[in-house]
Design a protein around this ligand. Structure first.
Ligand SMILES: Nc1ncnc2c1ncn2[C@@H]1O[C@H](COP(=O)(O)OP(=O)(O)OP(=O)(O)O)[C@@H](O)[C@H]1O
Ligand SMILES: [Mg+2]
Length: 349
């Protein structure tokens, strides 16, 4: 692969040692749609360089909004508070010029549906030429060879044919791999993959995820992997963040989150995955559906579906710390055997 021109996007002296992503008290709301109700509610977390974070939650939990926010791609109607530092730059207040430098060179997206992400009127090679034109890159060893190398990195074979193909001429798995190759072309430090394999059948999904994992390790990438599938994130990610109704329910190392979850929502997600895998067990589901933002209530938004919650859960959520994990719940002791520390009520993060 050519040496990318990432001059404008190199980490600054200030940011090089810090986390690649630092989200501080992020709230997002759409005044025209839901008034002052935040669809992302006081979210804080960070991602170390080289670390993978799985973002998991049911449909409508805010995963895509959070991913868009991290790339400075929120819709114009969105209002925000807090900060999202990517490589030390606050993408919520960055200029278009700064954002253009960050996108692709520092943080690159891979979205769910490659057919939507790719231009139907451009060949795959055309997409690569668009990337280096917009980034003013000069691929070494020739444009075709640089693109071919990128495709091979994403485990594509028959690269000449792929480069000459239009998106609709490729299989779903090949398109997704082409998208990964395009995202990695400028060697970003962070990949933001929003349900990158959801549109694929299971066998192809496993294969593409394995490629992604290999690349992440080989290139030392940080990654945010968005999924509604707890099984996928627990196999792919070192840490997991569980979102519900725009609130962070739980955040911690994967083994801890999976084995001694703090929040009842995490417990419900894991129980439903396990019951799907174990045919001898009855199928377990979380009763009810994620409420629409217009019906969000104060306090914990999971309350309407929570098996253990009570009126106390309408107050600001306290933070419990169990081992290296954090969970925002009034009743962490009823779920986790180990002793937990609970911050005073009203102190959220
Ligand atoms: N442009 C927008 N205008 C108004 N509300 C929006 C907008 N984008 C998202 N929302 C609302 O924000 C909430 C979170 O949406 P988001 O798309 O982030 O969910 P998600 O977790 O990615 O769901 P899915 O798994 O279905 O992709 C939803 O209630 C959605 O209706
Ligand atoms: Mg989404």
């Amino acid at each position: 692969m050519n040496q990318p021109d990432t001059a404008g996007a190199r980490p600054t002296a200030h940011s090089a040692d810090g986390p690649i992503v630092n989200v501080e008290h992020l709230s997002v709301w759409f005044p025209r749609h839901y008034g002052q109700v935040s669809v992302l509610d006081d979210i804080s977390f960070s991602i170390a360089r080289g670390e993978t974070l799985g973002l998991v939650g049911e449909s409508g939990s805010g995963k895509t909004l959070l991913s868009q926010a991290a790339l400075g791609l929120l819709p114009p109607s969105a209002r925000t508070s807090g900060r999202i530092l990517v490589n030390g730059v606050d993408v919520l207040t960055a200029s278009e010029k700064q954002l253009a430098r960050i996108r692709g060179a520092v943080a690159a997206p891979v979205f769910q549906d490659a057919l939507v992400s790719l231009n139907p009127n451009r060949t795959i090679f055309g997409h690569f030429t668009d990337v280096w034109r917009s980034a003013r890159m000069k691929p070494q060893g020739g444009a075709k060879e640089a693109a071919a190398q990128a495709l091979r990195l994403a485990a594509l074979t028959d690269v000449s044919r792929v480069l000459a193909s239009y998106p609709h001429e490729l299989s779903g798995g090949m398109r997704q791999r082409a998208l990964i190759a395009l995202a990695l072309f400028r060697r970003p430090a962070l990949l933001i993959a929003d349900e990158p394999t959801t549109a694929l059948d299971r066998l192809v999904e496993v294969d593409v995820l394995a490629t992604l994992r290999g690349l992440q390790r080989e290139l030392g990438l940080s990654m945010i992997l968005v999924s509604h599938d707890m099984d996928v994130v627990s196999h792919m990610c070192a840490r997991i963040a569980v979102l519900y109704g725009g609130q962070l329910c739980e955040l911690g190392p994967t083994p801890e989150v999976v084995s001694r979850h703090i929040h009842p929502y995490t417990k419900g997600l894991i129980a439903s995955v396990q019951s799907l895998k174990d045919r001898a067990r009855p199928l377990q589901t979380i009763g009810g559906v994620v409420p629409h933002p217009s019906s969000f209530k104060p306090g914990c938004r999971f309350l309407s579906r929570c098996p253990i919650g009570g009126p106390e859960c309408q107050a600001p959520r306290p933070k419990a710390v169990v081992g290296s994990s954090e969970g925002w719940c009034f009743h962490p002791n009823s779920l986790a055997a180990p002793a937990v520390e609970t911050t005073p009520r009203g102190v959220t993060r």
